[in-house]
Design a protein around this ligand. Structure first.
Ligand SMILES: [Zn+2]
Length: 167
């Protein structure tokens, strides 16, 4: 029987004076925010060391993943990938910033999901110079109720200002 990849038995570590144990998780996940989602391919990878500390289990390592963002200015999708360091504490009696030990196991999914999504930009943009939707016919930014005049300003309007007035 296959065990869920995120559920790790820590009975060999709990309350013991033993060195951390390495584990590698490679799994397809379906985690997303409003403007971003972790891609299924390539798989999400967590390369972790799990070790005992007084009163709990310390998990630290690195997560690697590809994420598809939707640019908040031009609404194009773009893919970003990379690796982030990650640290979490699991306790029998968890607090606000720690995760629970479930009997003799820990469930890494809430920890990995929360920490990974927390590291993503809330309002991704495809590039600093993204001009938004100014030149597409479908979107009239003059009627944009957000009234963001900086983003809505057409580059042609800027050019007009730079030209000397005609005689
Ligand atoms: Zn963009």
């Amino acid at each position: 029987m296959n065990r869920p990849p995120f559920l790790v038995d820590v009975s060999d570590l709990l309350g013991r004076d033993v060195p951390p144990r390495d584990i590698l998780i490679e799994v397809t996940v379906d985690w997303k925010l409003e403007m971003s989602r972790i891609l299924a391919d390539p798989p999400f990878i967590a390369d972790l060391a799990i070790g005992p500390i007084p009163g709990g289990i310390l998990v630290r390592g690195e997560v690697c993943y590809s994420v598809e963002h939707t640019c908040r200015r031009c609404l194009a999708t773009f893919v970003d990938d990379g690796c982030d360091p990650i640290t979490g504490l699991f306790e029998m009696d968890p607090g606000e910033d720690t995760y629970p030990i479930l009997g003799t196991s820990i469930d890494l999914e809430p920890f990995l999901r929360d920490e990974t999504l927390l590291g993503l930009p809330l309002l991704p943009i495809c590039s600093e110079s993204c001009e938004g939707l100014v030149s597409t016919a479908e979107t009239d930014l003059n009627t944009d109720p957000s009234g963001d005049t900086n983003d809505a300003r057409s580059p042609f309007a800027v050019l007009r200002d730079l030209l000397p007035p005609e005689d």
